[in-house]
Ligand binder design. Structure first.
Ligand SMILES: NC(=O)c1ccc[n+]([C@@H]2O[C@H](COP(=O)([O-])OP(=O)(O)OC[C@H]3O[C@@H](n4cnc5c(N)ncnc54)[C@H](O)[C@@H]3O)[C@@H](O)[C@H]2O)c1
Length: 362
């Protein structure tokens, strides 16, 4: 299946499937330069895609977050020069959100912009990072501080890649889908009732398409992130980012957002900013999907290494450093009832209390 997402000055074609994606990649007009990671390129489904593309050059980045570094970006740009890439060629990003973030920035910089084709291979990148245009690398100890906003020419969601994901990696993508359901499109919550089998290609396809479409609708209203609309995509992320920081970024983004949504919703109900229905719905959907609702649950699901040496002080300081902070408050998205949201000021001290409360469980 395919759909077209419209932007102020262009559009992105999204293709979801198996043969459809192979066909689209094999019939690309210009030359293709593939950016992938060592952990992805060896998979049989990746070999199949590389085979249909016959890329002019392939660059393998370090795995995961280690790819989002300046020296990795520079060596990728040098490789594009060395391979003779031109502006009309396509940079194909084949991998998870980390690969897409670096490749997106390289494609924006190289010759002031070459075509970008995102081929997300994790559920998180397929249902979230692949559209929206934000790219970036980490710099001077801070996450995503160097980057641009530039939409991909196309997004190819190759179902065999998603179906090959290990269970834990597949589950890492679900909290962002729940976030899109709670904030923007409650029909996603209905799809998640059941609960669905994430190993069923049709279900996976529906979840990814609804999730991407919901995100794209918000992005289209505020592509350059200047009107404050995109803030809704941060639901659960204020506490979630603080938890990631407290764990030294060993706790994955997905479970951090899962616990973040619960901690924020519980506080917002206490403050009278949200209906109890919000917390009940979140507890029920996350519980059915066996996603963590407390830090201790997240740590045990992820394995002890994820939380070894967790520093609550670092997590609390991360709230003070939050980009949305205004004085002693943080301006953040609040869901008052499922599918309805607004921006509210919440005291940092209250959020720090919510973070401490998130550790112990319900
Ligand atoms: N630009 C955006 O809008 C946006 C949105 C959300 C997240 N992000 C970024 O995305 C990154 C996280 O993305 P992620 O969760 O995809 O992580 P990731 O890219 O680090 O990938 C996670 C792991 O999965 C492996 N992997 C990838 N595809 C696989 C497959 N099909 N089978 C088996 N293993 C596979 C990778 O090798 C890696 O070890 C973060 O850096 C985050 O900042 C960006």
């Amino acid at each position: 299946m395919s759909l077209r997402l419209g932007w102020s000055n262009g559009s992105t074609e999204v293709i979801v499937g198996e043969k459809e994606v192979e066909l689209a990649l094999s019939s690309s007009k210009g030359r293709q330069f593939v950016v992938t990671s060592s952990a992805v390129s060896g998979a049989p489904w990746a070999a199949r895609l590389l085979d249909v593309m016959s890329p002019a050059c392939i660059e393998e980045l370090p795995d995961g977050e280690k790819a989002k570094e300046v020296d990795v970006l520079l060596s990728l740009l040098k490789r594009l020069v060395g391979c003779g890439a031109s502006r009309g060629d396509s940079l194909v990003a084949l991998g998870g959100g980390s690969t897409l973030d670096v490749a997106g920035l390289a494609s924006a910089l190289y010759m002031r912009g070459m075509h970008l084709v995102n081929v997300p291979t994790t559920l998180l990148s397929a249902s979230d990072a692949a559209v929206g245009g934000k790219n970036g690398i980490n710099f001077a100890g801070a996450k995503n501080v160097l980057g641009t906003i530039r939409q991909p020419s196309s997004v190819m969601i190759y179902l065999p890649a998603l179906l090959a994901l290990p269970d834990l990696e597949l589950r890492h993508g679900v909290p962002e889908i729940v976030k899109h359901g709670m904030t923007l499109d409650t029909s996603i919550l209905r799809l998640l009732s059941g609960p669905p089998s994430l190993r069923d290609p049709e279900t996976l396809k529906k979840l990814v398409v609804r999730s991407l479409s919901a995100k794209a609708e918000v992005v289209a209203q505020d592509e350059q992130d200047v009107f404050g609309k995109r803030i809704v995509l941060n639901y659960g992320h204020t506490v979630g980012h603080a938890l990631e920081a407290g764990s030294g970024f060993r706790l994955h983004h997905g479970p951090s957002v899962s616990v973040g949504m619960i901690a924020e919703a519980r506080l917002e109900v206490e403050l009278g900013l949200a209906d109890q229905e919000v917390l009940d719905e979140l507890m029920s959907v996350l519980g059915r999907l066996k996603l963590p609702v407390s830090v201790s649950e997240a740590c045990s699901q992820e394995g002890m290494g994820a939380c070894a040496g967790f520093e609550v002080g670092v997590a609390k300081r991360a709230l003070i450093m939050d980009k949305k902070r205004e004085g002693a408050q943080i301006s953040m998205p609040v869901v008052d009832r499922p599918g309805s949201w607004g921006v509210k000021q919440v005291a940092i001290a209250d959020l720090q209390g919510a973070l401490e409360g998130a550790w112990g469980g319900d």
